[in-house]
Ligand binder design. Structure first.
Ligand SMILES: [Zn+2]
Length: 537
Protein backbone atom coordinates (compact mmCIF):
# COMPACT_ATOMS: atom_id res chain seq x y z
CA UNK A 1 0.00 0.00 0.00
CA UNK A 2 1.45 3.42 -0.96
CA UNK A 3 2.42 5.59 2.01
CA UNK A 4 0.34 8.46 0.71
CA UNK A 5 -2.82 6.45 1.13
CA UNK A 6 -2.04 5.58 4.77
CA UNK A 7 -1.62 9.24 5.65
CA UNK A 8 -5.18 9.87 4.63
CA UNK A 9 -6.41 7.82 7.60
CA UNK A 10 -6.03 8.50 11.31
CA UNK A 11 -3.41 6.34 12.95
CA UNK A 12 -5.15 3.48 14.73
CA UNK A 13 -3.74 1.74 17.76
CA UNK A 14 -2.47 -1.75 17.12
CA UNK A 15 -5.05 -4.45 17.70
CA UNK A 16 -5.09 -5.51 21.36
CA UNK A 17 -4.54 -9.14 20.46
CA UNK A 18 -1.14 -8.40 19.01
CA UNK A 19 0.09 -7.01 22.35
CA UNK A 20 -1.04 -9.96 24.47
CA UNK A 21 1.24 -12.85 25.24
CA UNK A 22 -0.01 -16.05 23.61
CA UNK A 23 -2.63 -17.56 25.89
CA UNK A 24 -1.62 -20.73 27.67
CA UNK A 25 -4.07 -23.42 26.63
CA UNK A 26 -4.52 -26.96 27.86
CA UNK A 27 -4.31 -29.79 25.35
CA UNK A 28 -8.02 -30.36 25.94
CA UNK A 29 -8.77 -26.76 24.94
CA UNK A 30 -6.43 -26.85 21.95
CA UNK A 31 -8.08 -30.03 20.63
CA UNK A 32 -11.66 -28.88 21.26
CA UNK A 33 -11.80 -31.44 24.11
CA UNK A 34 -10.95 -34.41 21.88
CA UNK A 35 -7.73 -35.07 23.80
CA UNK A 36 -6.36 -34.83 27.31
CA UNK A 37 -2.99 -33.52 28.54
CA UNK A 38 -0.05 -35.87 28.85
CA UNK A 39 2.36 -35.63 31.76
CA UNK A 40 4.94 -33.52 29.89
CA UNK A 41 2.23 -31.11 28.80
CA UNK A 42 1.00 -30.78 32.37
CA UNK A 43 4.56 -30.09 33.52
CA UNK A 44 5.01 -27.49 30.77
CA UNK A 45 1.70 -25.86 31.70
CA UNK A 46 2.40 -25.63 35.43
CA UNK A 47 5.94 -24.37 34.76
CA UNK A 48 4.65 -21.62 32.48
CA UNK A 49 1.66 -20.68 34.59
CA UNK A 50 3.71 -19.76 37.67
CA UNK A 51 6.19 -17.58 35.73
CA UNK A 52 6.21 -13.99 36.93
CA UNK A 53 3.77 -14.79 39.72
CA UNK A 54 5.26 -14.26 43.20
CA UNK A 55 2.13 -15.89 44.65
CA UNK A 56 2.41 -19.14 42.68
CA UNK A 57 5.14 -21.71 43.37
CA UNK A 58 5.67 -25.04 41.66
CA UNK A 59 6.85 -27.95 43.76
CA UNK A 60 6.68 -31.74 43.86
CA UNK A 61 4.63 -33.57 46.46
CA UNK A 62 6.39 -36.87 45.82
CA UNK A 63 7.02 -39.47 43.17
CA UNK A 64 5.07 -42.03 41.23
CA UNK A 65 6.11 -45.69 41.01
CA UNK A 66 7.98 -44.92 37.77
CA UNK A 67 9.66 -41.93 39.35
CA UNK A 68 7.66 -39.08 37.83
CA UNK A 69 7.59 -36.08 40.15
CA UNK A 70 3.96 -35.39 41.13
CA UNK A 71 3.46 -31.68 40.50
CA UNK A 72 1.84 -29.42 43.07
CA UNK A 73 1.35 -25.66 42.70
CA UNK A 74 1.18 -23.64 45.91
CA UNK A 75 -0.94 -20.54 45.45
CA UNK A 76 -1.06 -17.82 48.07
CA UNK A 77 0.88 -15.17 49.94
CA UNK A 78 3.83 -17.35 50.86
CA UNK A 79 7.51 -16.77 50.01
CA UNK A 80 8.03 -20.27 48.64
CA UNK A 81 6.37 -23.68 48.27
CA UNK A 82 7.84 -25.24 51.40
CA UNK A 83 5.50 -26.74 53.99
CA UNK A 84 7.12 -24.51 56.60
CA UNK A 85 6.27 -21.36 54.65
CA UNK A 86 2.75 -22.57 53.93
CA UNK A 87 2.02 -23.46 57.55
CA UNK A 88 3.68 -20.28 58.86
CA UNK A 89 1.27 -18.22 56.76
CA UNK A 90 -1.48 -19.10 59.21
CA UNK A 91 -3.92 -19.34 56.31
CA UNK A 92 -6.46 -22.10 55.82
CA UNK A 93 -5.03 -24.71 53.45
CA UNK A 94 -7.01 -26.30 50.62
CA UNK A 95 -5.66 -29.28 48.69
CA UNK A 96 -7.15 -29.86 45.21
CA UNK A 97 -6.39 -33.12 43.42
CA UNK A 98 -7.07 -34.36 39.90
CA UNK A 99 -6.37 -37.60 38.11
CA UNK A 100 -6.21 -40.22 40.87
CA UNK A 101 -8.08 -42.39 38.36
CA UNK A 102 -6.39 -41.32 35.18
CA UNK A 103 -9.27 -42.25 32.89
CA UNK A 104 -11.51 -39.92 34.94
CA UNK A 105 -9.54 -37.00 33.80
CA UNK A 106 -11.75 -33.90 33.69
CA UNK A 107 -10.45 -32.84 37.11
CA UNK A 108 -6.91 -32.55 35.75
CA UNK A 109 -8.04 -30.25 32.95
CA UNK A 110 -10.25 -28.24 35.32
CA UNK A 111 -7.39 -27.65 37.76
CA UNK A 112 -5.05 -26.55 34.96
CA UNK A 113 -7.67 -24.02 33.83
CA UNK A 114 -8.11 -22.88 37.43
CA UNK A 115 -4.35 -22.33 37.73
CA UNK A 116 -4.37 -20.23 34.55
CA UNK A 117 -7.25 -18.16 35.88
CA UNK A 118 -5.42 -17.60 39.14
CA UNK A 119 -2.31 -16.54 37.21
CA UNK A 120 -4.45 -13.99 35.40
CA UNK A 121 -5.53 -12.47 38.70
CA UNK A 122 -8.93 -14.10 39.03
CA UNK A 123 -10.13 -14.94 42.55
CA UNK A 124 -7.32 -12.80 43.99
CA UNK A 125 -9.42 -12.35 47.17
CA UNK A 126 -8.89 -16.04 48.01
CA UNK A 127 -5.32 -15.27 49.09
CA UNK A 128 -6.67 -13.15 51.97
CA UNK A 129 -7.58 -16.27 53.90
CA UNK A 130 -6.33 -19.29 51.96
CA UNK A 131 -3.34 -21.07 50.54
CA UNK A 132 -4.21 -23.51 47.74
CA UNK A 133 -2.24 -26.69 47.10
CA UNK A 134 -3.13 -27.71 43.56
CA UNK A 135 -2.10 -31.19 42.33
CA UNK A 136 -3.70 -31.59 38.89
CA UNK A 137 -2.16 -34.95 38.07
CA UNK A 138 -1.78 -37.34 40.98
CA UNK A 139 -1.71 -40.70 39.12
CA UNK A 140 0.80 -39.50 36.55
CA UNK A 141 1.88 -43.00 35.52
CA UNK A 142 -1.72 -44.06 34.86
CA UNK A 143 -2.21 -40.87 32.85
CA UNK A 144 0.45 -41.95 30.35
CA UNK A 145 -1.18 -45.32 29.65
CA UNK A 146 -3.54 -43.83 27.10
CA UNK A 147 -5.94 -45.91 25.09
CA UNK A 148 -9.07 -45.05 23.14
CA UNK A 149 -10.50 -48.26 24.65
CA UNK A 150 -10.21 -47.09 28.28
CA UNK A 151 -13.61 -46.30 29.82
CA UNK A 152 -15.42 -46.94 26.52
CA UNK A 153 -18.91 -45.87 27.70
CA UNK A 154 -17.67 -42.52 29.03
CA UNK A 155 -18.25 -39.60 26.67
CA UNK A 156 -14.67 -38.88 25.66
CA UNK A 157 -12.06 -37.63 25.36
CA UNK A 158 -12.44 -39.39 22.01
CA UNK A 159 -8.69 -39.43 21.46
CA UNK A 160 -8.19 -41.65 24.50
CA UNK A 161 -7.43 -41.33 28.17
CA UNK A 162 -5.22 -42.91 30.79
CA UNK A 163 -6.03 -45.87 32.99
CA UNK A 164 -7.49 -46.23 36.46
CA UNK A 165 -4.58 -47.97 38.20
CA UNK A 166 -1.04 -46.76 38.78
CA UNK A 167 1.96 -48.50 37.18
CA UNK A 168 1.82 -51.24 39.86
CA UNK A 169 -1.76 -52.02 38.85
CA UNK A 170 -2.91 -50.66 42.21
CA UNK A 171 -6.03 -48.55 42.57
CA UNK A 172 -4.70 -45.49 44.42
CA UNK A 173 -8.16 -44.79 45.78
CA UNK A 174 -8.06 -48.05 47.74
CA UNK A 175 -4.57 -47.43 49.07
CA UNK A 176 -4.90 -44.45 51.41
CA UNK A 177 -4.58 -46.53 54.58
CA UNK A 178 -2.34 -49.43 53.59
CA UNK A 179 0.12 -47.29 51.61
CA UNK A 180 1.41 -49.88 49.14
CA UNK A 181 1.98 -47.31 46.38
CA UNK A 182 4.63 -44.56 46.35
CA UNK A 183 1.90 -42.15 45.24
CA UNK A 184 -0.09 -42.91 48.43
CA UNK A 185 3.01 -42.41 50.55
CA UNK A 186 3.61 -39.13 48.76
CA UNK A 187 0.07 -38.03 49.52
CA UNK A 188 0.29 -39.09 53.16
CA UNK A 189 3.57 -37.14 53.39
CA UNK A 190 1.83 -34.12 51.90
CA UNK A 191 -0.91 -34.46 54.55
CA UNK A 192 1.69 -34.65 57.31
CA UNK A 193 3.81 -31.75 56.07
CA UNK A 194 1.24 -29.30 54.67
CA UNK A 195 -1.72 -30.46 56.76
CA UNK A 196 -4.49 -29.20 54.46
CA UNK A 197 -7.75 -28.42 56.26
CA UNK A 198 -9.77 -29.22 53.14
CA UNK A 199 -8.94 -31.94 50.58
CA UNK A 200 -10.88 -32.22 47.31
CA UNK A 201 -10.47 -35.29 45.07
CA UNK A 202 -11.90 -35.17 41.54
CA UNK A 203 -13.29 -38.19 39.68
CA UNK A 204 -15.83 -39.18 37.03
CA UNK A 205 -18.79 -41.47 37.75
CA UNK A 206 -19.53 -44.99 36.63
CA UNK A 207 -22.95 -46.52 36.64
CA UNK A 208 -26.37 -45.00 37.20
CA UNK A 209 -27.87 -42.69 34.59
CA UNK A 210 -28.90 -39.77 36.73
CA UNK A 211 -29.87 -36.17 36.15
CA UNK A 212 -26.84 -34.48 37.73
CA UNK A 213 -23.75 -33.03 36.10
CA UNK A 214 -21.72 -33.84 39.19
CA UNK A 215 -22.23 -35.83 42.36
CA UNK A 216 -20.21 -35.43 45.54
CA UNK A 217 -19.50 -36.99 48.88
CA UNK A 218 -18.32 -35.80 52.28
CA UNK A 219 -16.30 -38.27 54.39
CA UNK A 220 -18.46 -41.35 54.94
CA UNK A 221 -16.67 -43.13 57.77
CA UNK A 222 -18.95 -43.20 60.82
CA UNK A 223 -16.04 -42.00 63.00
CA UNK A 224 -15.77 -38.74 61.01
CA UNK A 225 -15.97 -35.84 63.49
CA UNK A 226 -19.57 -34.66 63.73
CA UNK A 227 -18.49 -31.03 63.42
CA UNK A 228 -16.89 -31.74 60.04
CA UNK A 229 -19.77 -33.91 58.85
CA UNK A 230 -22.35 -31.29 59.84
CA UNK A 231 -20.56 -28.35 58.24
CA UNK A 232 -20.18 -30.20 54.96
CA UNK A 233 -23.62 -31.82 54.77
CA UNK A 234 -25.67 -28.98 56.17
CA UNK A 235 -23.82 -25.94 54.86
CA UNK A 236 -20.98 -26.27 52.35
CA UNK A 237 -22.49 -28.86 50.02
CA UNK A 238 -25.96 -27.22 49.91
CA UNK A 239 -24.33 -23.79 49.34
CA UNK A 240 -22.18 -24.91 46.43
CA UNK A 241 -25.10 -26.85 44.92
CA UNK A 242 -27.24 -23.69 44.96
CA UNK A 243 -24.41 -21.57 43.58
CA UNK A 244 -23.71 -23.86 40.60
CA UNK A 245 -27.44 -24.12 39.85
CA UNK A 246 -27.91 -20.35 40.00
CA UNK A 247 -24.81 -19.44 38.00
CA UNK A 248 -24.77 -22.25 35.45
CA UNK A 249 -28.13 -24.05 35.63
CA UNK A 250 -26.69 -27.48 36.34
CA UNK A 251 -27.67 -29.83 39.16
CA UNK A 252 -25.39 -31.53 41.65
CA UNK A 253 -26.18 -33.89 44.52
CA UNK A 254 -24.80 -36.57 46.81
CA UNK A 255 -23.02 -39.36 44.91
CA UNK A 256 -25.12 -42.46 44.54
CA UNK A 257 -26.44 -45.27 42.42
CA UNK A 258 -30.14 -46.16 42.21
CA UNK A 259 -30.55 -49.74 43.43
CA UNK A 260 -33.55 -52.03 43.12
CA UNK A 261 -34.65 -54.04 46.14
CA UNK A 262 -32.77 -57.33 46.22
CA UNK A 263 -32.65 -59.83 49.07
CA UNK A 264 -32.15 -57.86 52.27
CA UNK A 265 -31.21 -54.75 50.30
CA UNK A 266 -33.85 -52.04 50.24
CA UNK A 267 -34.38 -50.02 47.09
CA UNK A 268 -32.83 -46.56 47.20
CA UNK A 269 -30.05 -44.14 46.34
CA UNK A 270 -26.82 -45.68 47.63
CA UNK A 271 -23.46 -44.02 48.02
CA UNK A 272 -20.29 -46.16 47.85
CA UNK A 273 -18.29 -47.11 50.92
CA UNK A 274 -17.28 -45.70 54.30
CA UNK A 275 -13.79 -47.16 54.54
CA UNK A 276 -10.77 -44.88 54.77
CA UNK A 277 -9.03 -46.54 51.83
CA UNK A 278 -11.00 -43.90 49.88
CA UNK A 279 -9.61 -40.37 49.76
CA UNK A 280 -12.55 -38.41 51.18
CA UNK A 281 -13.03 -40.94 54.00
CA UNK A 282 -9.31 -40.91 54.77
CA UNK A 283 -9.30 -37.11 55.07
CA UNK A 284 -12.29 -37.35 57.42
CA UNK A 285 -10.55 -39.91 59.60
CA UNK A 286 -7.66 -37.42 59.82
CA UNK A 287 -10.17 -34.82 61.11
CA UNK A 288 -10.11 -32.88 57.85
CA UNK A 289 -12.75 -31.77 55.37
CA UNK A 290 -12.50 -34.44 52.66
CA UNK A 291 -14.69 -33.88 49.60
CA UNK A 292 -15.12 -36.23 46.65
CA UNK A 293 -16.35 -34.86 43.31
CA UNK A 294 -17.64 -37.13 40.53
CA UNK A 295 -18.34 -35.47 37.19
CA UNK A 296 -21.06 -37.32 35.28
CA UNK A 297 -19.57 -39.87 32.89
CA UNK A 298 -22.15 -39.28 30.15
CA UNK A 299 -21.81 -35.51 30.04
CA UNK A 300 -19.31 -34.49 27.38
CA UNK A 301 -15.66 -34.16 28.36
CA UNK A 302 -15.98 -30.37 27.98
CA UNK A 303 -19.03 -30.28 30.26
CA UNK A 304 -17.30 -32.51 32.80
CA UNK A 305 -14.30 -30.20 32.81
CA UNK A 306 -16.55 -27.17 33.28
CA UNK A 307 -18.59 -28.64 36.09
CA UNK A 308 -15.45 -29.88 37.86
CA UNK A 309 -14.03 -26.36 37.65
CA UNK A 310 -17.21 -24.75 38.98
CA UNK A 311 -17.50 -27.32 41.76
CA UNK A 312 -13.96 -26.55 42.90
CA UNK A 313 -14.45 -22.79 42.56
CA UNK A 314 -17.55 -22.87 44.76
CA UNK A 315 -15.85 -25.04 47.38
CA UNK A 316 -12.98 -22.56 47.51
CA UNK A 317 -15.39 -19.60 47.62
CA UNK A 318 -17.16 -21.15 50.61
CA UNK A 319 -13.90 -22.05 52.33
CA UNK A 320 -12.58 -18.52 51.74
CA UNK A 321 -15.70 -17.09 53.37
CA UNK A 322 -15.47 -19.49 56.35
CA UNK A 323 -11.72 -19.95 56.48
CA UNK A 324 -11.13 -19.39 60.17
CA UNK A 325 -14.14 -21.42 61.25
CA UNK A 326 -13.09 -24.39 59.12
CA UNK A 327 -9.48 -24.33 60.32
CA UNK A 328 -10.60 -24.04 63.94
CA UNK A 329 -13.09 -26.88 63.49
CA UNK A 330 -10.39 -29.16 62.07
CA UNK A 331 -7.93 -28.32 64.83
CA UNK A 332 -10.58 -28.74 67.52
CA UNK A 333 -11.29 -32.25 66.23
CA UNK A 334 -7.58 -33.05 66.73
CA UNK A 335 -7.90 -32.14 70.40
CA UNK A 336 -10.83 -34.41 71.22
CA UNK A 337 -9.70 -37.10 73.68
CA UNK A 338 -10.82 -40.50 72.44
CA UNK A 339 -9.14 -42.87 74.90
CA UNK A 340 -11.85 -44.83 76.68
CA UNK A 341 -14.51 -43.84 74.13
CA UNK A 342 -16.15 -46.30 71.74
CA UNK A 343 -15.46 -45.99 68.03
CA UNK A 344 -16.76 -48.01 65.09
CA UNK A 345 -14.56 -50.77 63.69
CA UNK A 346 -17.10 -51.63 60.99
CA UNK A 347 -19.82 -49.64 59.28
CA UNK A 348 -23.14 -50.09 57.56
CA UNK A 349 -25.44 -47.87 55.50
CA UNK A 350 -27.78 -45.49 57.29
CA UNK A 351 -31.14 -44.88 55.66
CA UNK A 352 -32.53 -41.36 55.41
CA UNK A 353 -35.47 -40.75 57.77
CA UNK A 354 -37.73 -39.79 54.84
CA UNK A 355 -37.66 -40.49 51.12
CA UNK A 356 -35.93 -37.79 49.07
CA UNK A 357 -36.26 -36.69 45.46
CA UNK A 358 -33.54 -38.00 43.16
CA UNK A 359 -33.22 -36.73 39.59
CA UNK A 360 -32.88 -39.69 37.28
CA UNK A 361 -31.59 -39.17 33.74
CA UNK A 362 -31.45 -40.69 30.30
CA UNK A 363 -28.73 -41.30 27.77
CA UNK A 364 -28.38 -41.87 24.06
CA UNK A 365 -25.82 -44.03 22.35
CA UNK A 366 -23.21 -42.31 20.26
CA UNK A 367 -20.44 -43.93 18.26
CA UNK A 368 -16.87 -43.16 19.14
CA UNK A 369 -15.54 -43.23 15.57
CA UNK A 370 -12.00 -44.05 16.70
CA UNK A 371 -12.69 -46.91 19.09
CA UNK A 372 -15.69 -48.17 17.14
CA UNK A 373 -17.52 -48.53 20.47
CA UNK A 374 -20.76 -46.98 21.59
CA UNK A 375 -20.45 -44.21 24.16
CA UNK A 376 -23.34 -42.80 26.14
CA UNK A 377 -24.37 -39.15 26.10
CA UNK A 378 -26.73 -37.55 28.58
CA UNK A 379 -29.95 -35.98 27.35
CA UNK A 380 -31.67 -33.03 29.00
CA UNK A 381 -34.36 -35.33 30.45
CA UNK A 382 -34.60 -35.29 34.24
CA UNK A 383 -37.15 -37.49 35.99
CA UNK A 384 -37.70 -36.84 39.70
CA UNK A 385 -38.10 -40.07 41.67
CA UNK A 386 -38.87 -40.47 45.36
CA UNK A 387 -36.69 -42.95 47.17
CA UNK A 388 -34.86 -43.46 50.42
CA UNK A 389 -31.26 -42.44 50.30
CA UNK A 390 -28.30 -44.16 51.89
CA UNK A 391 -25.61 -41.49 51.74
CA UNK A 392 -24.17 -41.91 55.22
CA UNK A 393 -23.00 -44.74 57.44
CA UNK A 394 -23.44 -45.86 61.01
CA UNK A 395 -21.41 -48.14 63.20
CA UNK A 396 -22.01 -51.86 62.76
CA UNK A 397 -19.58 -52.84 65.52
CA UNK A 398 -17.81 -50.85 68.21
CA UNK A 399 -14.60 -51.14 70.17
CA UNK A 400 -13.18 -49.16 73.04
CA UNK A 401 -10.21 -46.92 72.22
CA UNK A 402 -7.26 -48.08 74.35
CA UNK A 403 -4.61 -45.70 75.70
CA UNK A 404 -1.87 -47.42 73.73
CA UNK A 405 -1.09 -50.31 71.36
CA UNK A 406 2.06 -52.40 71.68
CA UNK A 407 3.74 -53.64 68.49
CA UNK A 408 6.34 -56.37 68.83
CA UNK A 409 9.66 -55.58 67.19
CA UNK A 410 9.09 -58.04 64.35
CA UNK A 411 6.22 -55.90 63.08
CA UNK A 412 8.42 -52.96 62.06
CA UNK A 413 6.66 -52.73 58.71
CA UNK A 414 3.42 -51.81 60.48
CA UNK A 415 5.23 -49.23 62.53
CA UNK A 416 6.75 -47.64 59.40
CA UNK A 417 3.34 -47.50 57.73
CA UNK A 418 1.81 -45.84 60.80
CA UNK A 419 4.64 -43.32 60.85
CA UNK A 420 4.16 -42.60 57.14
CA UNK A 421 0.68 -41.32 58.07
CA UNK A 422 2.28 -39.00 60.64
CA UNK A 423 1.57 -41.20 63.66
CA UNK A 424 4.01 -40.74 66.54
CA UNK A 425 5.42 -43.83 68.17
CA UNK A 426 7.66 -44.53 71.15
CA UNK A 427 9.93 -47.41 72.05
CA UNK A 428 9.96 -49.30 75.33
CA UNK A 429 13.59 -48.89 76.43
CA UNK A 430 13.73 -52.06 78.49
CA UNK A 431 11.60 -55.09 79.25
CA UNK A 432 8.58 -54.36 81.43
CA UNK A 433 5.76 -56.39 82.92
CA UNK A 434 2.46 -54.66 82.20
CA UNK A 435 -1.28 -55.18 82.51
CA UNK A 436 -2.45 -55.41 78.92
CA UNK A 437 -5.26 -56.76 76.78
CA UNK A 438 -4.74 -59.42 74.16
CA UNK A 439 -7.10 -60.38 71.38
CA UNK A 440 -7.54 -64.15 71.25
CA UNK A 441 -8.40 -65.29 67.77
CA UNK A 442 -11.34 -67.70 67.42
CA UNK A 443 -11.27 -68.00 63.65
CA UNK A 444 -9.57 -66.56 60.59
CA UNK A 445 -11.12 -66.25 57.15
CA UNK A 446 -8.85 -65.55 54.19
CA UNK A 447 -10.14 -64.42 50.83
CA UNK A 448 -9.18 -66.91 48.10
CA UNK A 449 -9.01 -64.05 45.61
CA UNK A 450 -6.20 -61.53 45.42
CA UNK A 451 -7.40 -57.94 45.68
CA UNK A 452 -5.12 -54.94 45.28
CA UNK A 453 -2.13 -57.23 45.61
CA UNK A 454 -3.30 -58.70 48.92
CA UNK A 455 -5.40 -61.49 50.33
CA UNK A 456 -7.95 -59.94 52.66
CA UNK A 457 -8.65 -61.53 56.02
CA UNK A 458 -11.23 -61.34 58.75
CA UNK A 459 -10.69 -62.54 62.30
CA UNK A 460 -13.23 -63.33 64.98
CA UNK A 461 -12.25 -63.26 68.62
CA UNK A 462 -12.27 -61.10 71.73
CA UNK A 463 -10.04 -58.99 73.92
CA UNK A 464 -9.17 -60.21 77.42
CA UNK A 465 -7.13 -58.71 80.23
CA UNK A 466 -3.82 -60.32 81.11
CA UNK A 467 -0.32 -59.50 82.26
CA UNK A 468 2.55 -59.75 79.81
CA UNK A 469 6.25 -59.03 79.89
CA UNK A 470 7.02 -56.83 76.92
CA UNK A 471 10.50 -56.91 75.47
CA UNK A 472 12.70 -53.86 75.29
CA UNK A 473 12.28 -52.38 71.82
CA UNK A 474 8.52 -52.98 71.77
CA UNK A 475 6.88 -50.11 69.87
CA UNK A 476 4.29 -48.06 71.75
CA UNK A 477 1.60 -46.31 69.76
CA UNK A 478 -0.23 -43.94 72.10
CA UNK A 479 -3.78 -42.92 71.22
CA UNK A 480 -3.69 -39.48 72.79
CA UNK A 481 -2.64 -37.92 69.47
CA UNK A 482 -4.58 -36.29 66.62
CA UNK A 483 -4.43 -39.38 64.39
CA UNK A 484 -6.00 -41.67 67.01
CA UNK A 485 -8.76 -42.75 64.61
CA UNK A 486 -6.24 -43.69 61.91
CA UNK A 487 -4.23 -45.74 64.44
CA UNK A 488 -7.36 -47.41 65.80
CA UNK A 489 -8.64 -48.25 62.32
CA UNK A 490 -5.30 -49.74 61.28
CA UNK A 491 -4.58 -51.75 64.44
CA UNK A 492 -7.92 -53.02 65.75
CA UNK A 493 -8.09 -56.63 64.53
CA UNK A 494 -11.83 -56.47 63.73
CA UNK A 495 -11.46 -53.20 61.76
CA UNK A 496 -12.82 -53.45 58.23
CA UNK A 497 -9.89 -51.46 56.84
CA UNK A 498 -6.99 -52.36 59.11
CA UNK A 499 -3.76 -54.27 58.72
CA UNK A 500 -5.56 -57.55 59.48
CA UNK A 501 -8.30 -56.84 56.94
CA UNK A 502 -5.67 -56.12 54.29
CA UNK A 503 -3.86 -59.39 55.01
CA UNK A 504 -0.67 -57.92 56.49
CA UNK A 505 -0.40 -60.61 59.19
CA UNK A 506 -1.09 -63.90 57.47
CA UNK A 507 1.47 -65.92 59.43
CA UNK A 508 0.49 -64.36 62.74
CA UNK A 509 -3.17 -65.24 62.98
CA UNK A 510 -4.22 -68.70 64.14
CA UNK A 511 -7.33 -69.87 65.97
CA UNK A 512 -6.70 -70.11 69.70
CA UNK A 513 -3.66 -67.81 69.58
CA UNK A 514 -3.38 -64.11 70.34
CA UNK A 515 -3.18 -61.34 67.75
CA UNK A 516 0.39 -60.10 68.11
CA UNK A 517 -0.54 -56.46 68.72
CA UNK A 518 -1.48 -55.91 72.36
CA UNK A 519 -3.27 -52.95 73.80
CA UNK A 520 -2.92 -51.17 77.09
CA UNK A 521 -5.62 -51.53 79.69
CA UNK A 522 -7.14 -48.47 81.31
CA UNK A 523 -4.37 -48.24 83.86
CA UNK A 524 -1.52 -48.49 81.37
CA UNK A 525 -1.29 -44.91 80.21
CA UNK A 526 -0.75 -43.29 83.63
CA UNK A 527 1.94 -45.87 84.38
CA UNK A 528 3.67 -45.04 81.15
CA UNK A 529 3.49 -41.33 81.67
CA UNK A 530 5.03 -41.73 85.16
CA UNK A 531 8.24 -42.58 83.35
CA UNK A 532 8.08 -39.39 81.34
CA UNK A 533 8.47 -39.26 77.58
CA UNK A 534 10.21 -42.29 76.18
CA UNK A 535 13.15 -41.79 73.84
CA UNK A 536 11.96 -41.63 70.25
CA UNK A 537 14.04 -43.95 68.11
ZN1 LIG B 1 -12.71 -42.57 40.33
Amino acid sequence: MPLIALAAFPILPAPIQAQEAPRLLTRAERSDFQETSRYDEVMHFVTEVVKGRPDMHLTTMGYTFEGRPIPMVVVGRVPDASPEAVRASGKTRVYLQGGIHAGEIAGKEALLILLRELSQGRHSQWADSLVLLVAPLYNADGNERVSVLNRPRQHGPLGGMGQRANAQELDLNRDHLKLDAPESRSLAKMFVEYDPHVAVDLHTTNGTRHGYHLTYSPPLHPATPRSIDALLRNRLLPAITRAVKEKHGWDMYHYGNAMQARGSLEAGWYTFDHRARFSNNYAGLRNRFGILGEAYSYATFKERTEVSLWFVEEIVHFTHAHATEMAVTARAADEVALVGESLPVRGTFRRSPEPVTILMGETEEELNPYSGRMMLRRTEAQTPQEMYEFVSFQSAEWERVPPVYFLPQNLQDLRLRLEAHGVETLVLPEAASLEVEEFVVDSVTTSPREYQGRFEQEVMGSWRATTRTLEGGTVLVPLDQPLAKVIFTLLEPRSDDGFVAWGFLPGNLRAGEPYPVLRGSRGTAPRLSLHGPMPDS
